[in-house]
Design a protein around this ligand. Sequence first.
Ligand SMILES: Cc1cc2nc3c(=O)[nH]c(=O)nc-3n(C[C@H](O)[C@H](O)[C@H](O)COP(=O)(O)OP(=O)(O)OC[C@H]3O[C@@H](n4cnc5c(N)ncnc54)[C@H](O)[C@@H]3O)c2cc1C
Length: 290
Amino acid sequence: MKLPPFEYEAPTTVADAVGLLAEHGDEASVLAGGQSLIPLLALRLARPEVLIDINGVDELSGVSAADGWVAIGAMTREYVAEESGTVADGVPLLAAALPMIGHEAIRSRGTIGGSLAHADPAAELPAVARALDAEFVVRGPAGTRVIPAAQWFEGYLTTSRRPDELLTQVRFPAARPGTGVSFHEVARRHGDFAMVGLATSLVLSGGVISDARLAFAGVSDMPVRAAAAEDVLAGQRPSAELFDEAARRATEDLDPPADLHGSSDYRKTVAAAVVRRGLRAAADNARERQ
Ligand SMILES: Cc1cc2nc3c(=O)[nH]c(=O)nc-3n(C[C@H](O)[C@H](O)[C@H](O)COP(=O)(O)OP(=O)(O)OC[C@H]3O[C@@H](n4cnc5c(N)ncnc54)[C@H](O)[C@@H]3O)c2cc1C
């Protein structure tokens, strides 16, 4: 299907991109990898008057580690992050999630910032960002703001970014020693969006779970942290019984959406299974990495 007509701008600096956003506000859309935006335009689900293509803004790409954080530029392609040693060492949960996004062709164009700005509730990276308490750096006409992940996701495809702000960077806290991770998901076919996904990070200290972080994809209109299950896990030794209890607590208040792939009850059952599997895999991973 042909795209609707729009004006096209291609800035080469963040300052110019922010200037264009300030000029056009919510009449403009930012074009990153285009893997979500172009289909929305083709289906007429988005009708921006101006497209601000940030593919030429080199300063928005790159991965760096400093002061206990790994910073990823918004335009860093998903496959570049997937192949990055800095990401594998510093944010192993992100490294585990990236290969589950669609197919290689999509990850070669899709960007870290694009996925997190799009905020699809079934997507992998929003769950990772929520589990790890990532920080979102946005720049607008009034300057730079840093938004914690707990405040970034506001609803279906909705974030707290203002229309005149550009997401420039996402920061993830570097994994502590003893960390084990897993990203588990159930999808109808390889490469499809997950029916239910779970980002899991555990820290084992002396055989005891000192920190547990779990966030679901696909069970609500935004990624959901399983706080009750995290409380059950903290201070305990990993065991099948503990993981069963965590699965029960993680899912007792869930009310997942029903669609043609499954009922709400079915999704809830899948979510509990994903919690048990995810915790087992993360505990094994923590032991392997010690
Ligand atoms: C067939 C197919 C299968 C897919 N499967 C999956 C999957 O399994 N899991 C998954 O997570 N994703 C999947 N995707 C989506 C893919 O990961 C996209 O790349 C991603 O969601 C959007 O990234 P993008 O860089 O392409 O962003 P774009 O499509 O360019 O933009 C997406 C949205 O974010 C906004 N935006 C982008 N960058 C910025 C920025 N820096 N500042 C402000 N706003 C910005 C845009 O304006 C737009 O609204 C799939 C896509 C396709 C086509």
